[in-house]
Write a protein that binds this ligand. Structure first.
Ligand code: UT7
Length: 337
């Protein structure tokens, strides 16, 4: 197996900013409650003309440019999302067409907030195994379309955005060093969108009962998120013989600052080693981690050789962690395919 890693990053956040104060106009909430209970100050909302593939495209172009890879060189496009443009065709295929990535196969990956990490492992393995040289992996969501804007328990939490990375062959010792993924479908009932699939197809009743929106028992999700993010982080560190102290940057999924803080403390990491963007963007599910990586890379917080711990937990339940040695600007290895 050859080493595979991130060789370019990009992100796109829609222009419209929705502040906590704005939300007090539509539900019974307060800026203080949202900040104290979640850490969120504001989030972005896609315009009426923007769908998930539009967000993907902007982030993808940046990532390709950053990697110095042309769309025509891509072998595979994976879009991790729970808010695709439509049930089918896959948003990945829409992106493939619009990028002109003629050689690439493409599909969507649905693993809730863990989608980006699931895709990272998959893409990395395909490159390592010689089945692909360049993989475009995008995490993108337009939650504003499936949030119940009259439910204060959920509508304050989520945001729209997209993050993308280009994965490619990297020198030995760089890229994805270890990863541990997990799922427990018995947790599905705590966080889901009930209608719109084969179980409850769209009908007047499902629309009236708002069954096409996010339903979440936050407290249940919270409980599992803290425990499993720590466990799986330690497992992936152990896999590559590292300890939390060896980590330069922890990039956790951004659902709640209290979850992130609890995981950070349990791992014994100082605050300055944790990437945070949920204060500005809210929970963007599979987009949270790649957007954070792009920001850390562009601001110089991440340098070639840094050891990065990624961890996520989300609907499914799905969760996972990966340890990567930052490989952007670390050079490329021989051609594959
Ligand atoms: O992305 C991956 C999956 N998602 C997550 O990981 C989310 C995990 N869960 C959470 O982040 C937290 O559970 C929430 C932020 C969703 C909720 O925080 P909490 O501290 O668990 O609050 P709670 O649900 O226990 O609610 C406490 C109180 C309730 O009032 P009562 O019943 O005690 O009178 C809620 O009705 O807070 C109330 N509440 C609000 N009040 C003002 C809930 N939402 C709001 C709100 N504004 N927006």
């Amino acid at each position: 197996m050859g080493a595979a890693g991130i060789i370019g990053t990009g992100s796109y956040l829609p222009e419209e900013v929705v502040t906590n104060e704005d939300l007090t106009q539509i539900v019974d909430t307060s800026d203080a409650w949202i900040r104290e209970r979640t850490g969120i100050r504001e989030r972005r909302r896609a315009s009426a003309l923007q769908a998930t593939s539009d967000l993907c495209l902007e982030a993808a172009r940046q990532a390709l440019d950053d990697a110095g890879v042309r769309a025509a060189e891509l072998d595979l496009i994976i879009v991790a999302t729970v808010t695709p443009d439509m049930a089918f065709p896959a948003t990945g295929c829409l992106v493939q067409d619009r990028l002109g990535a003629r050689k690439a196969w493409a599909f969507d990956l649905e693993a809730g907030c863990s989608g980006f990490l699931y895709g990272l492992v998959l893409g990395g393995q395909l490159i390592g195994g010689g089945f692909a040289r360049y993989v475009l992996l995008i995490g993108a969501e337009t939650f504003s379309r499936i949030v119940n804007w009259s439910d204060r328990n959920t509508c304050v939490l989520f945001g729209d955005g997209a993050g993308a990375v280009v994965l490619g062959p990297v020198p030995e010792g760089y890229g994805i060093l270890a990863a541990k993924m997990a799922a427990d479908g018995s947790g599905g009932k705590w966080l889901f969108q009930p209608a719109g699939g084969s179980r409850l197809p769209a009908s007047e009743a499902t629309v009236q009962q708002r069954l096409h929106t996010i339903h979440m028992q936050g407290r249940e999700v919270f409980r599992f998120a803290v425990r499993y993010m720590e466990e799986v982080s330690l497992a992936s560190l152990q896999q590559c013989g590292l300890a939390p102290a060896d980590i330069d940057l922890f990039v956790p999924h951004q659902a709640n600052l209290r979850i992130i803080d609890a995981a950070r403390r349990r791992l014994g990491l100082p605050e300055e080693k944790v990437a945070i963007n949920l204060d500005r963007y809210g929970n963007m599910s599979s987009a949270s981690i790649p957007v954070a990586l792009d920001e850390a890379s562009r601001t110089g917080q991440l340098k070639a050789g840094d050891r990065v711990l990624l961890a996520a937990f989300g609907a499914g339940f799905t969760w996972g962690a990966a340890v990567v040695r930052w490989s952007k600007d670390a050079g490329r290895t021989g051609a594959r395919l």
